[in-house]
Write a protein that binds this ligand. Structure first.
Ligand code: SF4
Length: 385
């Protein structure tokens, strides 16, 4: 059986993403085509995108940056048609989007573009049998500085900003823009987290973006050639719709009561979470002791649990590192290689007993949105509808 036999000709970011999460999930979804029940986050994301699309088309079509009355009408209808379990959450997201989205950016904006390419990266129709890769771009704008791609996210989790340059979705968008616009030299991809009204972005040069085409091809080839659907037990199982039919999951977690069933169960599990964390630490220590005494542990899927050697390098003499990099690479790259954190800066200032300098020092940094999954103190909670 090869990829063509399975109808697995067309790839996309979400197909790659599913494969990375768990190859067996990929197989069940895209090859066996076992239907998945709509999850609440999926429905919320779909409706928020529909509202953003209709709003964008309206604003661009009428040459206005915003039209709150139009948005309110869209939002009201979307919420009244939405399933009850997503209603309040969706309302909160739409309220934030209303106050933060505008279409003022530039003359050439395109909304919800459906893109399809063949294996030679030539544009083809969405349902062309030769299609190799598909993507939908929420918004693409051409400005004097380059192209901006805007992608709406309804996720609760904001990934670390340090992951942006290697984020596969951003790289895919950047590469596709080089195909659409032969003159573009700079591509900025903006992830807009509608739930919080906050954005993250990264800018790629044309040269960088062009190199990602090979990355996409290699990834597709690996999936097509390997055709291995090994279950990857782990975090993905938390949101996988196939847990009930996945033997690996059933045998690994049989009897463990940690998949949330309803609100009450969620409250109970949240309260138990710290104890489970302590149990995880205990389990890890116990396994470490076993490996120390008896050697590596072979997992059923062929991987092993072991002490893996590596090297940690710390630079005590930062001045020497800077001097070296400045001499060899120049100032810009040398300073770009170094960064510090809010915690470090605050710690040093506190140590010097100059708390009055904290705000001024932090103002020198760049704020990027982030989320931390934790039990929040009063007043620290996320804003939700
Ligand atoms: S339950 Fe976990 S291991 Fe099984 S298919 Fe889903 S993600 Fe993969």
């Amino acid at each position: 059986m090869n990829a063509t036999d399975t109808g697995l000709m067309a790839f996309s970011y979400s197909r790659f993403n599913t494969f990375d999460r768990c190859p067996l999930w990929f197989r069940l979804r895209y090859i066996d085509r076992i239907p998945e029940a709509d999850s609440a986050p999926l429905v919320t994301g779909r409706i928020a995108h529909e509202v953003a699309e209709a709003y964008g088309k309206h604003c661009i079509g009428n040459g206005v940056a915003t039209d709150f009355a139009f948005f309110d009408d869209l939002a009201r209808r979307a919420c009244s048609d939405a399933p009850a379990e997503v209603g309040a959450d969706l309302r909160g997201i739409l309220d934030t989007m209303r106050d933060t989205i505008s279409f003022i950016e530039g003359p050439a904006s395109r909304i919800e573009e459906e893109l399809a390419f063949d294996r030679e990266w030539r544009p083809v129709a969405w349902d062309d049998p030769a299609v190799f890769f598909r993507a939908k771009i929420d918004k693409r704008m051409t400005t004097d500085e380059g192209v901006i791609v805007w992608d709406l996210k309804t996720d609760r989790r904001i990934p670390p900003a340090s992951d942006l340059p290697t984020n596969p979705q951003l790289r895919i968008y950047a590469y596709l823009v080089t195909l659409l616009d032969p003159d573009v030299q700079s591509i900025t991809v903006v992830l807009f987290f509608g739930r919080y009204g906050r954005s993250q972005s990264w800018t790629f040069t044309r040269e960088e973006a062009e190199s990602y085409g090979k990355e996409i091809e290699r990834k597709a080839e690996r999936i097509e050639v390997e055709m291995e659907w090994t279950p990857r037990l782990g975090e993905a199982c938390r949101i996988c719709p196939y847990t009930a039919r996945c033997e690996a999951f059933q045998s690994a977690y049989a009897g463990m009561d940690f998949l949330v069933r309803d609100e009450e169960h969620a409250r109970e599990l949240a309260a138990r979470r710290e104890a489970v964390g302590a149990a995880y630490d205990l389990l890890t220590e116990s396994l470490k002791a076993h490996v120390e005494a008896h050697g590596r542990i072979a997992l059923p899927d062929g991987r092993v649990l072991d002490f893996v050697p590596g090297t940690k390098v710390t630079f005590e003499d930062v001045r020497a590192v800077v001097a070296f990099l400045r001499k060899e690479l120049g100032d810009d790259l040398a300073w770009a290689a170094l960064s510090t954190t809010k915690t470090q800066v605050t710690k040093v200032i506190r140590k010097a007993k100059r708390k009055d300098l904290i705000d001024a020092a932090l103002a020198l940094g760049t704020e990027t949105p982030t989320t931390t999954f934790k039990i929040a103190k009063k007043g620290e909670e996320g804003e939700e509808g």
